[in-house]
Every structure is written in structure tokens, then in C-alpha cells.
Ligand binder design. Structure first.
Ligand code: ADP
Length: 182
């Protein structure tokens, strides 16, 4: 059966590092919505929303993700879904055809803040890593908008949900992820 594997977690939770590690291990089609959106022109509405730490409207994500999912039998999603409507869209549209696995990286807010700070100090050129109030807004958005999507997904019988402790270093986290997925 075709597979969709989703990496979920807050900003700075390590989603991107885990996704890259998995893509080196298996032949996934990797869909990183943050990177796709960051490649849009600087004066686009999406770029302005990202720089302010707000989410891009759901309607702009669906076409982007659908096009990529249609190309593949083995998809890895990093950064999508991030809202309840996105989670419902994914499950309603794809759970018949794909086996869907969610990997949720759980990590305390203080650690997320510290990791974003380190990322910036180590040369991240992301506008949204560089301003404290933007970082706090991203963390609030995660709690208020993404957590309800995660809670909803967790209750779904038709998908597999894996809860991972995201606090160890990347090798420790990858070890847990590989154990549940392979
Ligand atoms: P992080 O998880 O560290 O915030 P990402 O690269 O995943 O980094 O996302 C950066 C930004 O891109 C988000 O703050 C948001 O503005 C936008 N974005 C990414 N994915 C989505 C999505 N699925 N829905 C809405 N906005 C998104």
C-alpha cells in the first residue's frame, strides 16, 4: 500500500532534522511546506505571513501538497498538516489509498525556544527565527492551532500515531523514530 509519513511538532522541535535523516534512509518524496513557502517571492502574501510568524491560509497549502502527493507512493510530510482543517483534509482525501503514519515530536516549550535561538546564532537566515515576538507568536500558534490538530489525529483509528520524546539529541530522536517506523 502507498504510504504517507507525517512529522509533526512545534517550531524548533527537530521536524526538519528528522525529515532529512529519514530521506537519507529511504526513498521518500519529501514535502517540506515551510521550505516550499519560503521559496515564494519576498513580496508575496505568504512570505509576509511567514515573516510575522503567522500561518499561511489553508487554501494555499492544499494545491501545493496535492500536486506532490499525486507524484509519489511514499510521501514524507514535514510541516503539514498544521491546522485542524488541514488534518481533516489529509485523512478524508488520502486514508483510503495510503497508509498514514504520524510521528509527533514532543518537546517542552523552553527547549523549542532555546533551539530556535541556537539555530539563529548558528547562521539561520530565516526572518522568523530572528525576532523574539515572532518566535513567541509561532509558539502560541502551535499551542492554539496545531495542538488541536494533533489531538484530533491521535484519536483517529484509521491512522498510526507515534509519540516520540523530542528532547534527546538528533541521534537519540532518530533512534526512536526508526524503531517505530521500520
Ligand atoms: P517551524 O516549524 O520551525 O516554524 P517551518 O519551516 O515548518 O518551520 O514553517 C515556517 C513557517 O511556514 C510557519 O511559521 C508558517 O508561516 C509557514 N507554514 C509552513 N507549513 C505550513 C502549513 N502547513 N500551514 C500554514 N503555514 C505553514
Amino acid at each position: 500500500m502507498k504510504k504517507i509519513t507525517v512529522i509533526m511538532g512545534g517550531p524548533g522541535s527537530g521536524k526538519g532534522s528528522v525529515a532529512h535523516g529519514l530521506c537519507e534512509k529511504e526513498n521518500f518524496t519529501c514535502i517540506e511546506t515551510g521550505a516550499l513557502l519560503r521559496s515564494l517571492p519576498e513580496d508575496s502574501r505568504a512570505a509576509k505571513l511567514i515573516a510575522s510568524g503567522s500561518l499561511v491560509p489553508d487554501s494555499e497549502l492544499f494545491g501545493l501538497v496535492e500536486e506532490k502527493i499525486n507524484e509519489s507512493n511514499n510521501v514524507l510530510l514535514d510541516g503539514f498538516p498544521r491546522t485542524l482543517p488541514q488534518a481533516k483534509w489529509l485523512i478524508e482525501k488520502y486514508s483510503n489509498e495510503f497508509s498514514i503514519r504520524i510521528v509527533y515530536l514532543d518537546i517542552p516549550e523552553e527547549v523549542m525556544k532555546q533551539r530556535i535561538k541556537n539555530r539563529f546564532e548558528h547562521g539561520s537566515d530565516r526572518a522568523d527565527d530572528n525576532n523574539n515576538s515572532v518566535i513567541l507568536h509561532r509558539l502560541d500558534t502551535f499551542q492554539e492551532i496545531t495542538m488541536p490538530a494533533i489531538s484530533w489525529l491521535r484519536e483517529k483509528d484509521e491512522i498510526k500515531f507515534f509519540y516520540i520524546d523530542g528532547t534527546p539529541d538528533i541521534n537519540g530522536v532518530m533512534g526512536q523514530v526508526i524503531k517505530v517506523l521500520f
